[in-house]
Design a protein around this ligand. Structure first.
Ligand SMILES: CC(C)(COP(=O)(O)OP(=O)(O)OC[C@H]1O[C@@H](n2cnc3c(N)ncnc32)[C@H](O)[C@@H]1OP(=O)(O)O)[C@@H](O)C(=O)NCCC(=O)NCCS
Length: 217
């Protein structure tokens, strides 16, 4: 992240990751730098819709803007939590543009309609699959394209450590799983239902249990 000197970033990240309000200019600047990494609204919603349609087994390729808009509207109606995901995307995109207050309303709507609670410092790349809602994603973390977040999953930080997980593309997080702390889950990994993942997971590995252990690669 350009803009801030390295020591300033470290202090600001620690303050933020511990859940404190930014106290000074450094922390505020750091927060804005992170927010500017949120994807653009239309790019994100279109990719989310394609991913959901594809994994539902629906026709997912669309031609032109009208086809994409129809797909999004259809999924808002038939998808369990797609409306909430769109509200989250609106929140993130508005924060990116430094709009005050309105992002809070979209955040509230995402929680009310789909129990999707995604904190400000989390970056979700376009094309994240949330089939049913009921997910919590918080702290500084990054969720890659094609990641599936099943119901009752939590992606967050662990006491005493700054920062959260980085999930590579096409990771599947099983229902009830928790992925905690500044760890990396490699591309295409599968996290079993109810697993608690506290350490790095290699690309393509399947992990289960508490704490999670690798059962296959
Ligand atoms: C993790 C998972 C993908 C494993 O699939 P798999 O690669 O076919 O693995 P297996 O079923 O052969 O199981 C391998 C071992 O892990 C164990 N295991 C599998 N899933 C487990 C889980 N969630 N928790 C604890 N142990 C698990 C099995 O008992 C087996 O143990 P053993 O070798 O001692 O007999 C699957 O069990 C799972 O949890 N999927 C998530 C499903 C889900 O959340 N769906 C979303 C619904 S909305």
């Amino acid at each position: 992240m350009p803009g801030l000197p390295e020591p300033a970033k470290k202090v600001a990240e620690r303050v933020w990751a511990m859940g404190a309000e930014p106290q000074d200019e450094w922390a505020r600047a750091f927060r804005q730098e992170v927010r500017e990494q949120h994807p653009r609204f239309l790019t994100a919603v279109r990719a989310d819709a394609q991913m959901l349609a594809r994994l539902r087994g629906d026709r997912w390729q669309t031609s032109g803007g009208a086809g994409a808009a129809f797909q999004v509207l259809r999924l808002i109606v038939v998808g369990d939590s797609f409306f909430a995901q769109v509200c989250y995307r609106a929140k993130a995109a508005l924060q990116r543009r430094r709009v005050p207050i309105v992002p809070r309303l979209f955040h509230r709507l995402a929680i009310i309609t789909g129990q999707i609670c995604i904190g400000d410092p989390a970056i979700l790349e376009p094309g994240v699959h949330i089939p049913h809602g009921q997910v919590v994603v918080d702290t500084r973390c990054r969720i890659g394209t094609g990641v599936t977040l099943s119901p009752f999953t939590t992606i967050g930080r662990i006491a005493g450590k700054a920062g959260g997980p980085t999930l590579g593309s096409m990771v599947t997080v099983g229902t009830g799983a928790k992925v905690l702390g500044p760890i990396t889950v490699g591309r295409g990994a599968v996290i079993g239902a109810n697993a608690v993942v506290l350490e790095d997971v290699p690309d393509g590995a399947v992990v289960v249990g508490v704490p999670a252990r690798i059962v296959s690669k």
